[in-house]
Design a protein around this ligand. Structure first.
Ligand SMILES: [Mn+2]
Length: 274
C-alpha cells in the first residue's frame, strides 16, 4: 500500500453498499476498509448492518484505533455531502431503536427503498429476518460460534504467512465455506427467501448482507445482491451512473466479480490501478 495511491485512483460510483464491517471484532479488516473508504467517490453510501459488532464487544472488548478511524471516516463522508444511510443489522440491533432518526449527518433506517439509475426498485435490508426460514441456521453454525471464530483464526494466520511470503490477501475462510455443503445449502435458502420477500412486496430486487457471502444474481426476474463483509471477503457493491451493479473485492488487489448466473460464476481480475 503506498500512501497517496488512494487519491490517485478514486473509485467512482453513483451508490455504494457495504455491510458486516464488524467494528469491535478482532477480525474486522479495518486497514483495507479505511483504504477503500478513502478511495470512494459516490453520491450515496449504504451501511447495510452489522457495522459495529456489539455482540463481540460484549464478549471481549476490542477497539483498535483503526476501528475508530472507520467511524470517523464515515462521518467525514457524510459531512462532505455523501448521503449515508445506516440500516442496522442483528449485531448492532439496539441501533434499530433510532430508525427514522439521524446520527449527525447519518440517516438510520430499518430498511430502505432504493431506485437505481435504470429505474429498478430495490429493497435494502440487512437480512437477518430471513434466518427464521433457514433450518439449522448456517448463521448459528458459523457466524456466532466457535466454528466461525476458528475459521477466521485460520484465515488470519494463513494470511500472515502469505504476507510474509509476499503474496496478496486471500479469503481462505471463504474458500472453505464455499466447499462446505451445508453452508452452500443455507446460502441458497437465504438467497431464495430474500428474493421471495422482494417479489411479495413488488420490488425488482433485493440488496442485503448478513451471511458474509457476496453475490450478484438474477432468478425468475428478481435480482439479488449481497454485499458480503469486511471480516473475510472485503467486498462492496457499486452502482455506476447507468444503474449497472458490480461487486468489488478489495484487499491487496482489486478484484471485480462479474455478475453471476444462478448456478455459475464468472470472475475477472484487474490491476489495482483500475
Ligand atoms: Mn448480521
Amino acid at each position: 500500500m503506498t500512501p497517496g495511491s488512494t487519491l490517485a485512483n478514486p473509485l467512482h460510483a453513483r451508490t455504494i453498499w457495504i455491510s458486516d464491517l464488524h467494528l469491535g471484532y478482532r477480525d474486522c479488516k479495518a486497514d483495507y476498509l479505511l483504504e477503500f473508504l478513502d478511495r470512494i467517490r459516490c453520491e450515496t453510501l449504504y451501511l447495510v448492518g452489522d457495522v459495529i459488532d456489539l455482540w463481540a464487544l460484549k464478549k471481549r472488548f476490542c477497539w483498535p484505533a483503526q476501528h475508530y478511524q472507520v467511524l470517523l471516516k464515515l462521518y467525514e463522508l457524510a459531512d462532505k455531502g455523501v448521503r449515508v444511510i445506516y440500516v442496522p443489522g442483528n449485531h448492532d440491533e439496539p441501533l434499530r431503536h433510532f430508525c427514522g432518526d439521524q446520527f449527525g449527518a447519518i440517516e438510520v433506517a430499518l430498511e430502505h427503498e432504493y431506485v437505481s439509475a435504470d429505474g429498478k426498485r430495490w429493497l435494502v435490508m440487512h437480512g437477518d429476518a430471513m434466518d427464521a426460514h433457514i433450518n439449522l441456521s448456517w448463521v448459528t453454525r458459523f457466524c456466532g460460534d466457535i466454528a466461525y471464530d476458528a475459521l477466521l483464526f485460520i484465515n488470519r494466520w494463513a494470511n500472515r504467512w502469505r504476507k510474509l511470503t509476499g503474496r496478496p490477501y486471500f479469503s481462505l475462510a471463504g474458500l472453505i465455506k464455499s466447499n462446505v455443503k451445508g453452508a452452500q445449502k443455507a446460502i441458497e435458502t437465504y438467497q431464495n427467501e430474500a428474493m421471495d420477500e422482494a417479489r411479495r412486496r413488488g420490488y425488482d430486487g433485493v440488496i442485503c448482507g448478513h451471511i458474509h457471502a457476496a453475490a450478484l444474481l438474477e432468478q425468475n426476474g428478481i435480482r439479488y445482491a449481497n454485499t458480503g463483509d469486511w471480516v473475510e471477503s472485503c467486498s462492496a457493491l457499486l452502482e455506476d451512473h447507468q444503474g449497472h451493479l458490480r461487486l468489488l473485492h478489495y484487499s491487496d488487489q482489486l478484484h471485480w466479480q462479474a455478475e453471476q448466473a444462478p448456478s455459475a460464476s464468472a470472475e475477472g481480475r484487474v490491476a489495482k490501478a483500475a
